[in-house]
Design a protein around this ligand. Structure first.
Ligand SMILES: Nc1nc2c(c(=O)[nH]1)N[C@H]1C(S)=C(S)[C@@H](COP(=O)(O)OP(=O)(O)OC[C@H]3O[C@@H](n4cnc5c(=O)[nH]c(N)nc54)[C@H](O)[C@@H]3O)O[C@H]1N2
Ligand SMILES: Nc1nc2c(c(=O)[nH]1)N[C@H]1C(S)=C(S)[C@@H](COP(=O)(O)OP(=O)(O)OC[C@H]3O[C@@H](n4cnc5c(=O)[nH]c(N)nc54)[C@H](O)[C@@H]3O)O[C@H]1N2
Ligand code: SF4
Ligand SMILES: [Mo]
Length: 849
């Protein structure tokens, strides 16, 4: 025992000895015959054999970057094993996996889902808070008690504080399904609160609000994506802040990128860290100072023009405002993009040398990349969302669109116009998506809610991105008194957590009954700990739905009720329907249901889904009926050619969905906005893409005090905060901060030490990983760790959102990656996750408090 703790070798010796012994036993068993146990050569004993199990096709449901098939193997009502697509489920031969119809094979998170489903953190009963908010003390109550009290308090808050008193913080926890949705626009909560007559909605998407703005401004749509198989046809792929080996982005991205590699495609990575995607494809790594991407791209544009490598015919035909000749008549004399790049107005030519000073990339490298991109056809500049999750992130994405346009890489196979990158169109909505969907009485920028609460009523509209309906343009700021978290762990995931906690304290100060916090989730979460009520929600294994692809992919996966809901959990739809009945609008909210829906949703859910499927058959030419789809479990469309965004515009001259019908590098809408204070942005946004200095970066004077730029990418082993409590996954990757070897050496820091990263907003503790894969001056810490504050206000889990800033970028981008901090060694313990604490938190489940 002692030996196995202090030193691994005795353990491994005994493991080897054990294996030897069991091999010997098995061998003897064969020889001995009668009397010994019959050898069936079954590896999984004592687990049930496949023949004893029922096999059910389903899929994951979260905001995880993709959508794959899971196959549940169950005995009775218990899932004993999960596997994934093996090619057979659509009726093909085992192993079928083609370029046109690839398998949808699950990642490590999906495959470990069983341990999340049955985790000790599962919420099984409605819980009511009995301690202070955030203390984590709850008692079990009945559904009736919880829902009566919630309904009563909702009415009181609405009637006392008006139709904006309740804040909708639903988010994409349950996304890319057709019936049980938790998003801000098509979600179940938005419709429920809208019909109730009290809702402040949260506009702006953490993922890519700056990118959305860019895609809409430039192309008039966020459907600017190709299907992933188009990557197989590129000759050059520039992964700009894109790491699909880690951060999933569509169905089978890596498979098609490998095909491209096999066909001779070259790869480049522009990123402060050297990623696994780069090493997989032997990419040329260009380390860049975080948040300076727009400057580097401007330098590339200069070099391309300077050498006449641009595609003038493409520009003249399809683009507005790229140069003087393509400025619209009404804007003659205004600054075009080329004017800006050559410094005609500001006297600053955006040369590669100018850019090199800002972004830390050598001018020769900027030139070399510009040449590669402009002279290799077709080339995919995949400008991912992360560098846009920054102060002025919208400028980076618009600048990328300018490069994609000037090289004529839009609308052609092997090129790339992404952006947001939504590709093939999925029929997305099943439940009644009618005039009551997404009704709001005020809308604020999502991560300014704490600012709104803390400063109410002394707020300027632009401070919180307040966006009342047009007829209420002079509306006042909402007096937020309640929050519903549904499918979101937003207290843990939005920016500047300490400020959010201060906002909750302010709600506390209003007194008992004067505010309401409700968290609907399938597990206890760091957010839930702060709620007054925890409502246990059935997972996607426990309710009926259909899975949609995440941004890319052309298939539908059936998602049956695989097992009965654990404990007393109910679906979100059941809960809102029952609450709606209590509040007087049940039949309107869920027209197909009666009140018995709370007891049994089976028939009603089926009816919604059948209606949806009929729509799919009608619009998308699917030959299968609903029963066949249910039997097979998956329907994969085979497209006649890879889907490429804007092909019809380029090949057939269809107009783009912009005001001018062209790709708008010079934006009609932005140029014609007379008063920025009357938009939800509040601040001026230039009509052409420009480099704008972010409010924190390594070039900022503040870097003297806080010399490290922290970026917080998405973890391979989690979906944001989901799966943080799964020990299997934490065995694969650890929450740690990566820093550069020369920085670490100067500070006497070595791999495995514990460090503190801090700035004026917060402090976090993690182990450190010292590596050359991270450029000097940068630290990398993945988002999504379950916050765990100690009594001194230090977060021991290593959640970067204690350090992020909630200031909005003008177009609404969350500035998650605009963070300066400092680093030092620490004696404090890192606490990797709550499973270590689950006994400490087990009072959550106690009935008798
Ligand atoms: N495994 C996994 N996959 C996911 C998710 C998940 O939680 N886990 N979440 C999904 C969701 S909701 C989203 S929004 C997407 C996010 O997708 P992305 O935004 O593409 O992903 P990130 O992981 O944030 O960042 C990708 C890369 O950008 C780099 N980067 C960060 N800042 C900068 C910068 O300023 N400049 C440059 N050039 N590079 C920078 C990071 O080092 C990282 O390698 O991922 C989706 N996929
Ligand atoms: N520092 C930093 N922070 C970031 C980011 C970053 O890059 N850096 N990225 C941001 C991005 S892009 C995103 S998208 C956000 C994600 O932020 P969140 O959406 O808050 O993150 P998740 O961890 O996915 O939380 C979803 C929650 O929904 C619950 N859930 C799942 N299914 C259901 C359901 O059917 N019903 C209900 N009621 N609940 C359900 C899950 O259990 C989970 O607790 O994080 C953001 N935070
Ligand atoms: S990428 Fe998402 S859908 Fe696919 S297996 Fe992983 S968690 Fe599930
Ligand atoms: Mo996201």
């Amino acid at each position: 025992m002692d030996g196995s703790i202090t030193n691994g070798s005795p353990q491994s010796t005994s493991r080897r000895a054990f294996l030897k012994a069991s091999a010997a036993t098995a061998a003897t068993g064969l020889v001995l015959g009668a009397g010994a146990k019959e050898a069936k050569a079954f590896a999984y004993e004592p687990y049930p054999r496949d023949d004893d199990l029922e096999t059910v096709v389903t899929s994951c449901a979260h905001n995880c970057g993709s959508r794959h098939m899971l196959v549940a193997h169950k005995k009775g009502d218990v899932i004993v094993r999960l596997s994934t697509d093996n090619g057979t489920y659509q009726g093909d031969a085992y192993g079928t996996d083609t370029e046109e119809k690839p398998q949808l094979r699950a990642c490590l998170r999906g495959r470990s889902y069983r341990s999340r489903l049955y985790s000790p953190e599962r919420l099984l009963y409605p819980m009511k808070r009995v301690g202070a908010r955030g203390e984590g003390k709850f008692k079990r109550v009945t559904w009736d008690e919880a829902l009566s009290d919630i309904a009563q308090r909702m009415v009181y808050l609405r009637d006392t504080y008006g139709p904006t008193a309740l804040l909708d913080q639903s988010y994409a926890g349950a996304s890319y399904g057709v019936l049980h949705k938790s998003d801000q626009i098509e979600g179940l909560l938005g419709r429920f609160m809208g019909m109730f007559g009290c809702r402040t909605s949260s506009w702006s998407v953490p993922s890519y609000q700056g990118t959305t703005f860019s895609s809409r401004t430039t192309f008039g749509t966020i459907q600017d994506g190709n299907e992933d198989d188009a990557f197989a046809h590129s000759k050059l792929i520039i992964m700009w802040g894109w790491n699909p080996a880690y951060t999933f982005h569509g169905g089978n991205t890596f498979y098609y990128m490998r095909m491209a590699k096999q066909r001779g495609c070259k790869f480049v990575l522009v990123d402060p860290q050297y990623t696994d995607s780069a090493s997989a494809y032997d990419a040329w790594w260009i380390p860049i100072r975080p948040n300076t991407d727009a400057a580097m791209m401007a330098g590339m544009a200069y070099h391309i023009w300077d050498n006449d490598w641009h595609d003038q015919a493409f520009i003249d035909r399809f683009v507005q405002g790229m140069d003087k000749g393509t400025m619209p008549g009404w804007a003659q004399g205004q600054e075009s993009f080329k004017d800006y790049i050559f410094g005609e107005r500001d006297g600053v030519a955006k040369t590669p040398e100018w850019a090199a000073e800002i972004c830390g990339v050598k001018a020769e490298d900027i030139k070399k990349l510009a040449e590669m991109y402009a002279t290799t056809k077709p080339a995919a500049l995949k400008a991912s969302w992360s560098p846009g999750r920054n102060a002025y992130g919208e400028q980076y994405n618009r600048m990328a669109a300018a490069l994609q346009s000037m090289t004529g890489n839009i609308g052609i196979l092997g090129g790339c116009a992404e952006g947001v990158g939504k590709a093939w169109h999925a029929e997305a909505v099943a439940y009644p998506y009618d005039q009551f969907a997404n009704v709001w009485y005020a809308s604020i920028k999502s991560d300014r809610w704490a600012h709104c609460v803390l400063n109410y009523p002394n707020l300027k509209r632009e401070e919180i991105g307040l966006w009342p309906r047009m007829d209420q343009l002079d509306g006042v700021a909402p007096n937020i008194r309640g929050i519903f978290w549904q499918g979101s762990d937003w207290l843990n995931q939005l920016t500047n957590i300490n400020k959010e906690i201060a906002a909750i304290r302010k709600l506390d100060s209003y007194g008992e009954g004067e505010s309401l916090l409700v968290c609907m989730d399938s597990t206890i979460t760091p957010t839930g700990i702060w709620a007054d009520y925890l409502l246990p929600i059935a997972t996607h294994f426990e309710r009926h739905d259909v899975a949609l692809p995440w941004y890319k992919g052309h298939y539908y996966i059936h998602r049956p009720v695989v097992i009965q809901p654990l404990g007393e959990s109910k679906t979100d739809f059941q809960v809102f329907t029952e609450l709606a009945y209590r509040l007087g609008f049940g039949p309107g909210y869920n027209p197909r249901a009666t009140r018995d829906y709370f007891n049994d949703p089976t028939q009603v859910d089926e009816a919604y889904l059948v209606a949806w499927w009929d729509n799919v058959r009608h619009h998308q030419g699917v030959e299968w009926d609903w029963e066949t789809f249910k039997k097979r479990g998956v329907y994969k469309f085979v497209l006649p050619e890879p889907h490429v965004a804007f092909r019809p515009q380029i090949e057939q001259g269809m107009p783009f969905e912009t005001p001018s019908g062209k790709i708008e590098i010079f934006s009609t809408t932005l140029a014609q906005t007379p008063d920025w204070t009357r938009t939800q942005y509040g601040y001026e946004i230039p009509a052409i893409p420009k480099w704008i200095e972010p409010w924190e970066s390594l070039n900022h004077p503040k870097a003297k005090e806080f010399p490290f730029h922290m970026i917080s990418p998405h973890p391979r082993w989690r979906t944001h905060s989901i799966f943080n409590n799964i020990p299997w996954l934490r065995e694969t990757f650890a929450q740690e901060t990566m820093m550069n070897a020369s920085d670490a050496e100067k500070m006497g820091i070595r791999t495995g030490d514990t460090i503190e990263c801090w700035n004026e907003r917060g402090r976090v503790i993690t182990p450190v990983y010292v590596s050359e894969r991270c450029m000097p001056g940068v630290v990398v810490l993945h988002e999504g760790a379950w916050m765990d504050l100690d009594e001194d206000g230090v977060d021991r889990s290593g959640n970067p959102d204690f350090l992020t800033l909630d200031n909005p970028s003008p177009a609404g981008a969350f500035a998650y990656n605009t963070v300066l901090c400092n680093v030092k060694k620490s004696d404090l313990n890192h606490r990797p996750g709550w499973d270590k604490l689950s006994t400490a938190r087990s009072h959550v489940f106690r009935r008798d408090l």
